[in-house]
Design a protein around this ligand. Structure first.
Ligand SMILES: C[S@@+](CC[C@H](N)C(=O)[O-])C[C@H]1O[C@@H](n2cnc3c(N)ncnc32)[C@H](O)[C@@H]1O
Length: 261
């Protein structure tokens, strides 16, 4: 049994998964239960409403950093506090500065990242042997726009499964970059609002996707706010590949068997 409680009240950064509370870990659920105040980014205040009942629910992005720290210290006088971290801390999470400044008072709990949930939805492993030998995680928002900054065209290549978070490129431009990198049309999935109301997944090829999506704005490029849409892009040959049992048997012979078998 993991013991959460130390002498001091704690701030838990709970990997909350893509939005469905069913994907909260047991450890996360236990920590959340013990907190009297919870910072929940939209739409978690709605989808987690049942688990948040009776707790003070706050929106983290409504505060500047120092305001947030002052508020946290007040809340900590009363008991434990939680942040629901979309997906979890592993990729593209804005909570690192808080965790660093809180030091031993911060506890991070792993969760189901959007990449994991997308792989499950698509029923595809993202590094299928013989088809893909690596997965690359990137966002055009953070690659930088200085001369020499890497581009998606440079990251995409045969054998790469590319996971693109927070895309801010118009779809035709994104597709052009990926086609340049892959050198051909490969499968692409736009995974929108996974595990949330309004969930929609468009699976096509680079040659088909622009027409298939039409006027739909899956990346919030035209909305009134600048927030990245809850859309993950996954591209690569693994999305349409199937395998027979020969790889299983190869592993059985070369990895799983005891040496003397
Ligand atoms: C700030 S990042 C957070 C990523 C998160 N830390 C994770 O591990 O999944 C936000 C981006 O994650 C992806 N994302 C988060 N939740 C999603 C969801 N429910 N469905 C599809 N994509 C999602 C989108 O690319 C979105 O722009």
């Amino acid at each position: 049994m993991i013991k959460f409680k130390t002498e001091e009240n704690q701030v838990f950064f709970i990997g909350a998964g893509p939005g469905d509370p069913d994907l909260l870990t047991l450890k996360g659920a236990r920590a959340l239960e013990g907190c009297h105040a919870v910072f929940a980014p939209t739409p978690y205040e709605e989808t987690f409403a049942q688990l948040l009942r009776g707790k003070q629910v706050l929106v983290p992005f409504g505060f500047y950093f120092q305001e947030l720290l002052d508020l946290l210290h007040k809340l900590l006088e009363k008991g434990d506090v939680a942040f629901l971290v979309p997906g979890d801390l592993t990729f593209y999470s804005p909570f690192q500065a808080l965790i660093d400044v809180l030091g031993t008072r911060a506890e991070v709990i792993a969760g189901v990242g959007t990449a994991n949930a997308a792989s499950a939805f698509l029923k595809k492993t993202l590094d299928l042997p013989g088809v893909c030998n690596r997965a690359v995680i990137a966002s055009p928002r953070t690659l930088g726009d200085q001369p020499g900054s890497p581009t998606l065209a440079e990251l995409a290549a045969p054998g790469v499964t590319l996971l693109i978070y927070m895309n801010n490129l118009p779809l035709p431009e994104l597709v052009a970059q990926l086609k340049k990198g892959y050198g051909k049309s490969v499968p692409i999935a736009l995974v929108h609002r996974l595990c949330l109301p309004g969930e929609e997944v468009v699976l096509a090829t680079l040659d088909e996707i622009v027409e298939q999506v039409g006027e739909r704005d899956f990346f919030n490029l035209t909305g009134t706010d600048r927030r990245p849409a809850l859309t993950l892009v996954v591209a690569g040959e693994t999305l349409s590949a199937t395998v027979d049992g020969s790889w299983w048997d190869f592993r059985r012979d070369t990895i799983w068997k005891f040496r003397e078998e």
